[in-house]
Design a protein around this ligand. Structure first.
Ligand code: KIV
Ligand code: ZN
Length: 520
């Protein structure tokens, strides 16, 4: 019996980016798209072109570099969304427009304020317009999980007639149980037959995203929309790595299907996404969590030592986690070895980025004897800020606060290249640092969240600090990451990183001038 392909549609760069705090810049998205291509995903949903000029630019650049995977843009069933999507993906070797409209009674009545007939008309217009630009058009019935099955059949018939090749049935609010998804897919499969590919997109609000996707495959879905590390809106989407490994490990059950995923790229991809977004998978996360292969109890350790399969259902090597590879370069390693290792980790930096990452690597290697893969990933990602002419931390000096007032002296290079030094006090050392940065940059940030974690092991491990700062109470808070062996330095860098992102998103970076402090 010939096997059928399960198309893996990755939406880490679109739905995944909708995770609170997961926004990525264009350069980061390009690195991720290239890694997703190496992983073997069939379709990369690179963003939502009409959402912002930044989204458009990222999709367009990804369309220029990705060759093997299909590059897709999301578009509401609106003329402008579809034309923007078409323009953004234009350079791609393989391209798709993914258009959608809500089909559940609650969404049609309260959100769209449209009748079911009007919704069908809009959907058909959208698909017909998209077909003028690309052959590969996907149509999604948003909130299919709460839609009437008869209506799903009617709208699917209409959009297939207009040219849609894939019908996606998202459980947008993650409310369905596996048997219910299985039933919906079986009915739709019977109705649609071979006229279009049936796809699912399961959110994880009840923790059932992966189970629902697996059940959908059993009942005939042949495209799965998913994200790395399960990122996504609210509780996230079904995790790519869990679905793919379930199909692989349980090939006894799924002998009739296959995916194009190179599972050895799962772990490197997961680490890259965690490093770029600052969102670590929970330690006990299936497949890629830090503890996924940690055997803690004596009985388990004894069993694994005697025969691995006693407690391991697949080997770490199958997902590209090679323990012997994790301890890598040291202070005597050269530029070529450094570049080679970064490429193996999935990063291709330009000459300037490489030089700056290498200098930082040498500085780190002076202080830290063993440098691990995660250290390098952190160095590489903190090097692809994508922001030119940013504020840059030059020096930080903290006054001894024992019994006194916590204070900090900060030197910052301004976007115009000049340097400013100023000092300030605060309720604690971090407060003093942030307040002084505010004074130099003439801003006022409100710290919403502060996280510090060590990147790898060892007493002198790199500290990775993530801050979430609101620079304007009417706008969403922005995220900044900072990296250093010194936690305070990492904190100052993270705060400046958040400020740089905030100003750059508004095109304000180059216009700013110092308001206080002395230029040196
Ligand atoms: O969850 C959802 O319904 C979506 C669609 C836009 C596919 O993300
Ligand atoms: Zn979604």
């Amino acid at each position: 019996m010939s096997k059928e392909q399960i198309i893996i549609f990755d939406t880490t760069l679109r739905d995944g980016e909708q995770s609170p705090g997961a926004s990525m810049n264009t350069k980061e998205k390009i690195q991720i798209a290239m890694q997703l291509e190496r992983l073997g995903v069939d379709v990369i949903e690179a963003g939502f072109a009409a959402a912002s000029p930044g989204d458009f630019e990222a999709i367009n650049k990804i369309a220029q570099v990705v060759k093997n995977s299909t590059v897709c843009s999301l578009a509401r069933a609106l003329e402008r969304d579809i034309t923007e999507a078409a323009k953004a993906i234009e350079p791609a070797a393989k391209k798709r427009i993914h258009t959608f409209i809500a089909t559940s009674p609650i969404h049609m009545e309260y959100k769209l304020k449209m009748t079911p007939d009007q919704v069908i008309k809009k959907a058909v217009e959208a698909v017909s317009l998209a077909k003028n630009f690309v052959d590969d058009v996907e149509f999604s019935c948003e909130d299919a999980g709460r839609s009437d099955i008869g209506f799903l059949k009617d709208i699917s018939d209409a959009v297939i007639e207009a040219g849609a090749k894939t019908i996606n049935l998202p459980d947008t609010v993650g409310i369905r149980l596996p048997n219910e998804i299985g039933d919906m897919i079986a009915q739709m499969r019977e109705h649609i037959g071979t006229r279009a590919i049936i796809s699912v997109h399961n959110h994880n609000d009840l923790g059932l995203g992966v189970a629902n996707s697996i059940e959908a495959i059993k009942h005939g879905a042949r495209q799965i929309e998913c994200t790395i590390n399960g990122l996504g809106e609210r509780a996230g989407n079904a995790a790519l790595e869990e679905i793919v490994m379930a199909l692989k490990v349980r090939k006894d059950v799924f002998s009739d299907v296959y995916t194009n995923i190179n599972t050895k790229e799962i772990y490197p991809t997961s680490r890259m996404i965690a490093s770029v977004t600052g969102i670590e998978p929970q330690p006990n996360k299936a497949i890629v969590g830090k503890n996924a292969f940690a055997h803690e109890s004596g009985i388990h350790q004894d069993g694994v030592l005697k025969h691995k399969e006693t407690y391991e259902i697949f080997s770490p090597e199958e997902i590209g986690l090679n323990k012997e590879d994790t301890l890598i370069l040291g202070k005597h390693s050269g530029r070529a070895a450094f570049k080679d290792k970064l490429e193996k980790l999935g990063f291709s930096l330009n000459d300037e980025e490489l030089q700056s990452a290498f200098e930082r690597f040498k500085e780190l290697a002076d202080k830290k004897k063993d440098i691990y893969d995660d250290d390098l990933r952190a160095l590489a990602t903190s090097n692809i800020t994508g922001i030119e002419s940013a504020y840059e931390l030059k020096a930080l000096q903290l006054m001894d606060s024992t019994g006194g007032v916590p204070s900090a002296a900060v030197t910052i290079a301004l976007p115009d290249g000049s340097e400013v030094t100023d000092a300030g006090i605060g309720d604690g050392t971090i407060d003093a640092v942030f307040k002084t940065i505010d004074r130099i940059t003439d801003t006022h940030g409100v710290l919403m969240d502060y996280k510090v974690k060590s990147v790898s092991q060892g007493k002198n491990a790199l500290a990775s600090v993530t801050v979430q700062v609101a620079f304007n109470q009417d706008e969403p808070a922005v995220i900044g990451h900072g990296l250093s062996i010194d936690t305070m330095l990492a904190s100052a860098k993270a705060y400046l990183g958040a400020l740089n992102s905030y100003l750059s998103m508004r095109g304000l970076l180059k216009k700013r001038t110092p308001s206080s402090g002395c230029t040196i």
